[in-house]
Write a protein of this length. Structure first.
Length: 170
């Protein structure tokens, strides 16, 4: 399991992965699906869906019959060149890494482990971190507090959102 930030990070670690989990807590932009390596299964992460994402990785690994590599990406904003530290996305990514660890996926890069440690330390404050982050304040200033509330509600959704399924062929 590897972790990186932004579209460049997704390309960097996604080239050797089977599953990419896109972590965009505020989601002001669509997932750049066409810019990601074509063979990847791509999941649009939600905090509430972390256990379902972990289960999906186990299913994919069982179907493949071998170790399955996962790339966890904190989107950042803008995704092509994040400007600043995307704390909201890093915490969401950490929740995903934590959920993967809970089901036994423990081959973790130091970067992924650091995101999980950040989530573990701030687990009770993730919602507040979303609203208090630079991205949350930027969203509130641009679109109002209702947009931030909607982003927070979206973050809590438990539905697994698979945007593209894994393909053996690129």
């Amino acid at each position: 399991m590897r972790f990186d930030v932004g579209l460049d990070g997704a390309r960097r670690i996604g080239s050797s992965a089977h599953l990419l989990v896109w972590c965009d807590a505020i989601a002001t932009s669509p997932v750049p699906l066409e810019a990601l390596p074509p063979q990847l299964e791509v999941i649009d992460a939600r905090l509430g869906a972390a256990p379902a994402i972990a289960q999906r990785l186990l299913e994919l690994q069982a179907a493949r019959g071998e170790r399955t590599m996962v790339a966890v990406v904190a989107a950042g904003d803008p995704v092509d060149a994040p400007d600043g530290f995307p704390v909201d996305d890093v915490l969401l990514a950490g929740a995903i890494v934590d959920a993967l660890g809970a089901v036994g996926i423990d081959a973790t890069s130091p970067e992924a482990a650091a995101s999980a440690a950040a989530f573990a330390g701030l687990q009770g404050a993730v919602g507040h971190m979303l609203t208090a982050s630079v991205a949350g304040r930027r969203l509130a200033a641009a679109e109002g507090v209702d947009a931030v509330r909607a982003a927070r509600a979206r973050l809590e959704e438990s539905t697994l959102l698979t945007l593209r399924e894994f393909s053996i062929r690129p």
